[in-house]
Design a protein around this ligand. Structure first.
Ligand code: ATP
Ligand code: MG
Length: 416
């Protein structure tokens, strides 16, 4: 006997209700992002390792320890994308679009990170995301956030989800803040976790993002960025808050938010919930003004977010928002001689955009049983001369029906 192969740790098969929730997240997000003028980009799942190693900043957790990096047969170092923002910025430059701004990008697809798997945290997971490339205005920050909030609302999971927002200021604000953090955490170095002791000298801001309980106690007393903002940085932040009020997005300011990657400046935000245990961040993003330049393009201000599709899907499940399984019409020939007429009827239904399934074999009785198991809405019994009967499988009622009426009664597929 051959070995029964299992999925790789931290990966999942999405089947049935899991797949329907996943699809709904993608479809709803794609539809709403399109309303805001975002167009989908589909970039490669693997890239030159330098796209991430430079783009995401050497001190981020992702680059330091979570990447799937390998050497291919040609000797090149490749990395499975841990996120899509760096790939989108690389694509902006590779495709010569840096003079054609702004670009408003939507994406959806798998990402890969080598981390400890748990509920809502996987090694292959999926993100939806949007980016506005080439806009420095606070309105871009606010509109990107509003679009994310509309998606969360449209998925029916807004209850208990809160937008937390902060500013990381401009380079000057952050430099002053970094110095203040360095002296604060250096004074408490012995109490820091080993990871954070490393962060202290590479990028003390990253300590603010630590999940270690001891670190979190120190972080609670650490200096706040808000006390180090330049007037320009403060003005940007206040404009974002003002626009968000117009968009009607409820906001909770949280001066502790720094975000996991190194490239952010100004606005940083997360949509969080307490309904997913430790994996409480469903959507995160902010402004990043140096990333396109890192990819060899001109300085290009940008803002965006990414959301974990699995976490959105978990919230849908908890909110009873799982899309129902489709209910087709089961098309059943009354006898072997009716098979051609049944095929024609099924194709007529499908041609009109209706769900029709056919069994490949079995007696009339077996096919009716199968229709029940499929939760078909109805069985369409077709005779050799093309005449039909409709059996409603909810009420059991059966009657002759014209094909046109059957088409009108048959369910259409539901989409997000
Ligand atoms: P976390 O703090 O939960 O590790 P992060 O800061 O690493 O999140 P980002 O890089 O900002 O996350 O990614 C954006 C979103 O992608 C997260 O808010 C989360 O919803 C989702 N996400 C990130 N890593 C994973 C993962 N390993 N499994 C599932 N979803 C994830
Ligand atoms: Mg992470």
């Amino acid at each position: 006997m051959s070995t029964r192969l299992q999925p790789i740790r931290g990966t999942r098969d999405l089947i049935g209700a899991d797949a329907r929730r996943h699809q709904a997240v993608a479809e709803v997000a794609r539809r709403i992002a399109a309303l805001y003028g975002f167009e989908e980009w589909i970039t490669p799942i693997f890239e030159d390792t330098r796209v991430f190693a430079r783009g995401l900043g050497e001190t981020s957790d992702v680059v330091a320890k979570e990447m799937y990096t390998f050497t291919d047969r040609g000797g090149d170092s490749l990395t499975l994308r841990p996120e899509n923002t760096a790939g989108v910025c690389r694509a902006l430059v590779s495709n010569g679009l840096t003079q054609n701004l702004p670009q408003k990008v939507f994406y959806a697809g798998p990402m890969f990170r080598y981390e400890r798997p748990q509920k809502g945290r996987y090694r292959q997971f999926h993100q939806i995301g949007v980016e506005v490339l080439g806009a420095a205005e606070p309105l871009a920050d606010a509109e990107v956030i509003a679009c994310g909030w509309r998606i969360i609302q449209a998925l029916g999971i807004a209850d208990g989800v809160v937008l937390e927002i902060n500013t990381l200021g401009d380079a000057e604000s952050r430099e002053a803040y970094r110095a203040a953090l360095l002296s604060y955490f250096t004074a408490h170095e012995a109490a820091l976790s080993p990871d954070s002791r490393v962060r202290l000298h590479r990028n003390p801001l990253r300590i603010l993002d630590s999940k270690d309980a001891g670190d979190r106690r120190l972080v609670a007393e650490a200096p706040l960025i808000t006390d180090f903002l330049t007037p320009a940085a403060r003005a940007h932040y206040e404009a974002v808050l003002r626009h968000l009020a117009v968009f009607g997005v409820p906001v909770r300011e949280n001066p502790r938010i720094v975000r996991g990657l190194d490239y952010y400046s100004h606005t940083a935000f997360e949509f969080v919930t307490d309904r997913l245990g430790a994996q409480g961040t469903v959507m995160g993003g902010g402004r990043y003004n140096g990333l396109v330049e890192e990819m060899g393009g001109p300085p290009t201000p940008a803002v965006g977010w990414a959301a974990g599709m699995e976490r959105l899907a978990l919230l849908m499940e908890a909110a009873g928002r799982t899309p129902p399984a489709p209910r087709p019409v089961a098309v059943i020939p009354r006898e072997e001689a009716a098979e051609a007429a049944a095929i024609a009827a099924a194709e007529a239904l499908r041609g009109a955009g209706r769900l029709a399934v056919m069994e490949y074999r079995g007696s009339l009785k077996r096919r009716m049983e199968r229709a029940d198991r499929l939760q078909a809405r109805a069985a369409l019994l077709v005779a050799a001369d093309g005449s039909c009967e409709w059996k409603d499988l909810d009420t059991g009622e059966q009657r002759p029906i014209a094909l046109a009426e059957a088409i009108a009664l048959a369910p259409a597929p539901t989409t997000g």
